[in-house]
Design a protein around this ligand. Structure first.
Ligand SMILES: N[C@@H](CCC(=O)N[C@@H](CS)C(=O)NCC(=O)O)C(=O)O
Length: 378
């Protein structure tokens, strides 16, 4: 009882720490952890899923993209009595190499040295139809049938799921939200702990230090907490989600607004990075990870596919060198699989790119020299 109460206080405290636009109320159905013994039947469909299955492309109001809140918001915590205590081998991270939100989590695993503690499985890059039922039009992340199907993509080693959707339905057969990655899965309770990257990365940063190869890496240090939260307060809406707000807009006004806010924020970053090595100062921290995953996709995908073409990142001297600098941190390049990134975006949104043609360029070499050593770093 006491443990559960502490857990609830810690969880609500952490939600209160998030930038406002990321603060979302957990669904009641996920607060009451319902572990149901169900078997996966990928061909199954029910009335609910038939009517409600949807992707982010449907998160629209008057042509404006509004990202729906993540559904699972439990916390892995070292606090006594925690429902989800950190354990080696218990949790699994399902990702797509294409997805910037999932890649944030994968980067944290790499930087903290957690790959021997938390299993990681990447899906195939292109969304596929998830049900045979002709009335169920949902397309989403699919697992590879074997190791050879697409380099990097793997079968689901834990549940034999064919689709990420199957995991959501295994955790809750009545689930009616989106079937997004990342998914942090608890193999003990056979449920989803959390599917919100901004929270998963905090858990990876703080709660697994007893197992981490690099517990000294702290991407959310106390002394930079307020600067970091201030940076998230404008980079999330204008940059990380801003590229989606541009790309998914279905009316001119919302697109214009999103793209203008995006470039205002990029100009602001360029200015900050002309004076210091990283976005929060001289230390590499969480907001650098969040910026990196968007910026590395920008010139290869967002410029063309999401119409973010007022300027490329390679035209900003400081931003471009900053992306190379981060790419060259040991472990980071492994998280960037450009064939999955391009293979996903260009082929998974038929309303944006009907013929699924993958744009040719620009094929940037992010391992080429950068000039960021000119700044002091700690
Ligand atoms: N807020 C979530 C967003 C995750 C998200 O939107 N992931 C996308 C891939 S980039 C996804 O899985 N979309 C599936 C869909 O929309 O159906 C997070 O940060 O974890």
């Amino acid at each position: 009882m006491v443990g559960a109460a502490i857990w609830r206080i810690v969880a609500s405290w952490r939600v209160a720490q998030q930038p406002q636009q990321q603060r979302q109320r957990p669904r009641l159905q996920t607060l009451v952890v319902q572990i149901r013994k169900t078997s996966i039947s990928p061909g199954r469909s029910n009335i609910r899923s038939r009517n409600m299955s949807r992707t982010a492309l449907a998160d629209l109001q008057n042509g404006e993209f509004h990202r729906a809140p993540s559904s699972y918001r439990h916390f892995i915590s070292r606090s006594p009595g925690s429902e989800f205590p950190p354990e080696a081998g218990r949790y699994h991270l399902y990702i797509s190499y294409a997805c910037p939100w999932a890649s944030r989590c994968y980067m944290f695993c790499k930087l903290k040295g957690l790959e021997h503690v938390i299993g990681i499985t990447a899906t195939k890059s292109m969304w596929e139809k998830t049900r045979e039922d002709p009335n169920d039009e949902h397309h989403g992340w699919a697992f590879a049938a074997d190791e050879k199907e697409e380099p990097g993509a793997k079968p689901d080693p834990l549940n034999g799921a064919k689709f990420i959707r199957d995991l959501y339905e295994l955790a809750d057969p009545d689930y009616s939200g989106k079937y997004t990655v990342p998914v942090l899965w608890d193999s003990k309770k056979k449920t989803i702990v959390n599917n919100e990257s901004s929270e998963i990365t905090r858990m990876l940063n703080d709660e697994f230090n007893d197992f981490a190869k690099h517990p000294e890496v702290n991407l959310f240090p106390k002394h930079l907490k307020s600067q970091i939260e201030e940076i998230h307060s404008w980079t999330y809406n204008s940059i990380n989600n801003g590229v989606y707000r541009s790309g998914f807009a279905t009316a001119q006004g919302p697109y214009d607004k999103a793209v203008n806010e995006l470039y205002e924020a990029l100009d602001k970053c360029e200015n900050i990075l002309s004076k210091q090595r990283y976005i929060a100062g001289n230390e590499f921290t969480e907001p650098d990870v969040r910026l990196f995953v968007t910026l590395i996709r920008f010139d290869e995908v967002y410029v063309v596919h999401f119409k973010c073409n007022k300027k490329c990142i390679r035209e900003y001297p400081n931003l471009f060198n900053y992306v190379k600098d981060i790419y060259q941190i040991p472990g980071v390049a492994d998280t960037v699989v450009m064939s999955h990134i391009k293979g996903h975006y260009y082929r998974s949104h038929p309303s944006i790119n009907k013929y699924k043609i993958i744009a040719a360029g620009p094929d940037i070499d992010y391992s080429s020299p950068h000039d960021r050593d000119r700044f002091h770093s700690s």
